[in-house]
Design a protein around this ligand. Structure first.
Ligand code: NAP
Length: 329
């Protein structure tokens, strides 16, 4: 007989999306190779989009969100993993249209599974989660584009968010001078503690209407899109590069091509979902060692159980979260 387990399930009722903890059956999980018992997950912006019915993330409801999961293998039909192996799953289709980490079990293809990297515990891995992995992708892409600390400062937008705060930390560890942009007036000291040399208010990146602005940064990690990204691109030094991964402000980008064709500015798109396993493995090793913040606890906004997660969906969509929300499953 199939065992039951608890999961947060979002359902559509009329025009509303309601999420509640409910009992599910393991035999209702998709027919994939590896059954994993989830110990920790985390809340990402995308999870809140899924839990509130954003069709760009999840098409079919009822659905269990959670794009991150860390735990141990229960069984693996492919024979690659043994029961009890500590593992990590982020991205792919997890939590989008495949039941995700906000449930006690997931069943996923073996190709989605990463053995737990280095010395990380399930809790530490989820404090980093997709946010940490995305921040690492952004920084590595900037390094691959030739950006070096001696060329100038790097600006990070949405700096108190999950991706933003971990990008600040990783860039500082790589020796960059980081300018952090935030909408939270009470988070300036915290941003300095995690690695920022300077903190700017979000208002400084408001649209100027000009095609180009005074060059002020060698590089950028942008997690918000919209006007702030346009202002950043117009303000990059000659040959500067910006890694763009998010849309917390807006998915739109309205500007001219002048910074690209007159200043040789480069815009690097970053996606964490479809990255090949080899790059995941390599970047998670970096996250476990060289790029792991010395102390992870300052990045913890709150540790919540599945039962108490729901109010955080609205908070993260409203840009109110500082750092990472850890989910103890
Ligand atoms: N491409 C990928 O694979 C990938 C992976 C992960 C995340 N993402 C995207 O990256 C973004 C950040 O994700 P996250 O999980 O780090 O979310 P998060 O923790 O909510 O961080 C977003 C931050 O953006 C800032 N912000 C919010 N609303 C804003 C607005 N209207 N204008 C300007 N800034 C605003 C806030 O920081 P301040 O208050 O400090 O300004 C907020 O904390 C999201 O759009 C997410 O979908 C993409």
């Amino acid at each position: 007989m199939s065992e039951s387990y608890l999961a947060l399930v979002t359902r559509k009722q009329g025009e509303e999306y309601l999420t509640a903890l409910q009992e599910c059956r393991q035999d209702s999980l998709p027919e994939n190779t590896v059954l994993v018992r989830v110990q920790y997950s985390s809340l990402n912006y995308k999870d809140a989009l899924s839990a509130t019915g954003n069709p760009g993330v999840t098409r079919n409801y009822p659905h269990t969100p959670g794009i991150d999961a860390a735990g141990e293998v229960v069984s693996d039909d492919s024979g690659r993993f043994r029961a009890g192996d500590p593992v990590l799953v982020t991205g792919h289709d997890l939590g989008m249209n495949t039941p995700g980490g906000f449930g006690e079990y997931i069943r996923v293809p073996v190709s989605w599974i990463l053995p737990m990297p280095g010395r990380l515990s399930a809790r530490e891995a989820m404090l980093l989660g997709t946010a940490g992995f995305t921040a690492a992708l952004c920084v590595e892409d900037l390094l691959n584009a030739g950006l070096r600390p001696e060329q100038g400062s790097v600006v990070v937008t949405g700096a108190t968010g999950g991706v933003g705060s971990l990008a600040v930390s990783i860039l500082a560890r790589e020796g960059f001078r980081v300018e952090a942009v935030t909408g939270k007036d009470d988070a300036h000291d915290w941003l300095r503690e995690i690695g920022a040399s300077e903190v700017l208010s979000r208002g400084e990146l408001a649209d100027s209407g000009k095609p180009m602005l005074r060059p002020r940064w060698a590089g950028a990690v942008d997690t918000v899109g919209g006007e702030p990204l346009a202002t950043v691109l117009k303000s990059l030094d000659y040959g500067g590069a910006a890694a763009c991964c998010g849309l917390a402000a807006s998915p739109k980008l309205e500007m001219t091509v002048f910074p690209f064709i007159l200043r040789n500015v480069r815009l690097l798109g970053v996606d964490s979902v479809e990255q090949p396993m080899e790059r995941r493995r390599h970047l998670w090793e970096r996250l476990a060692y060289a790029w792991c913040p010395e102390h992870l606890e300052p990045f913890l906004a709150e540790e919540v159980s599945l039962e108490h997660l729901q109010p955080w969906f609205r908070r993260i969509l409203d840009g109110q979260v500082r750092g990472r929300v850890l989910v103890k499953v």
